[in-house]
Write a protein that binds this ligand. Structure first.
Ligand code: ADP
Ligand code: ADP
Length: 232
């Protein structure tokens, strides 16, 4: 599903290059929930952002469904990216838009057929249990509800992959369990492949089928695990 081949990425600050990812190779299988764990600064977030070209690699290949992303430009890159949804630690909702309009934006950006937009937004909000909150603004929601809106937005264009960057790190334990349950439902019911970055072993253990351990910009090991469920 996702294939990262010998990818490197450095950041440049005041003429000093800092190697965030060094020669990483990783395969994420279709249908799995793949965890990426490691200490702060290990390169987890950079690796995740390379998977949808939010970061462009200095070297190496990023393939989604055997399509090499770094070779795509313009329209074909936008189309390929629509197969990949993403959620973040701090939700990244648009503060002056309603819940409804936050989800609508992703349909607008994807040129989703106008006549079908309203039904699709409503369907996505129902899926995350927020259909009665459509007219609220993000500031009126709890953290868990905000993450649900972000999930609805990420699912709107029916992605094949959902990238999750510390999706529960801003949430309390009960809300964390609820969001992990939503992610598991998305994986099982919709068949969406999920990659989840976390520094919390409990989160990874509760939901992932495989986990890659990162250290200093490299993958130290990738192991199969048996998800335990998400009791708190
Ligand atoms: P993690 O997600 O494991 O905490 P990151 O991928 O965020 O790690 O960061 C890896 C390294 O790259 C860190 O040392 C971080 O400071 C650096 N880094 C990340 N993003 C940037 C950026 N935009 N500019 C400069 N350095 C960055
Ligand atoms: P505008 O283009 O005037 O900013 P909006 O962004 O408010 O319009 O709404 C865009 C479309 O979505 C309109 O057809 C509107 O009726 C519909 N819409 C907005 N909010 C909701 C909602 N909570 N439930 C259902 N449909 C909505």
């Amino acid at each position: 599903m996702i294939s990262i081949h010998n990818v490197s990425k450095s950041y440049h600050q005041q003429n000093i290059a800092y190697q965030a990812i060094s020669n990483v190779t990783l395969n994420v299988n279709k249908g799995e929930i793949h965890g990426i764990i490691g200490a702060s600064g290990a390169g987890k977030s950079t690796l995740l952002r390379l998977m949808n070209l939010l970061e462009v690699p200095d070297a190496g290949e990023v393939l989604i469904n055997n399509q090499e992303l770094t070779k795509l430009r313009g329209r074909s890159l936008r189309k390929a990216r629509q197969t990949i949804g993403m959620i973040f630690q701090h939700f990244n909702l648009v503060a002056n838009k309603t819940v409804y309009n936050n989800v609508l934006v992703s349909l607008e950006l994807a040129n989703y057929p106008k006549k079908d937009r309203r039904a699709r937004v409503t369907e996505c909000l129902k899926f995350v249990g927020l259909e009665t909150h459509a007219d609220k603004y993000p500031a009126q929601l709890s953290g868990g509800q905000k993450q649900r809106v972000a999930i609805a937005r990420a699912l709107a264009n029916q992605p094949e992959v959902l990238l999750c960057d510390e999706p529960t790190s801003a949430l309390d334990p009960n809300t964390t369990a609820e969001i992990l349950e939503v992610l598991q439902t998305i994986n099982q019911q919709l068949g969406v492949t999920i990659v989840i970055v976390s520094h919390e072993m409990e989160v990874i253990k509760s939901i992932c089928n495989r986990v890659s351990v990162m250290e200093k910009g490299q993958i130290f090991d990738t192991v199969n695990i048996m998800p335990k469920g998400f009791t708190t």
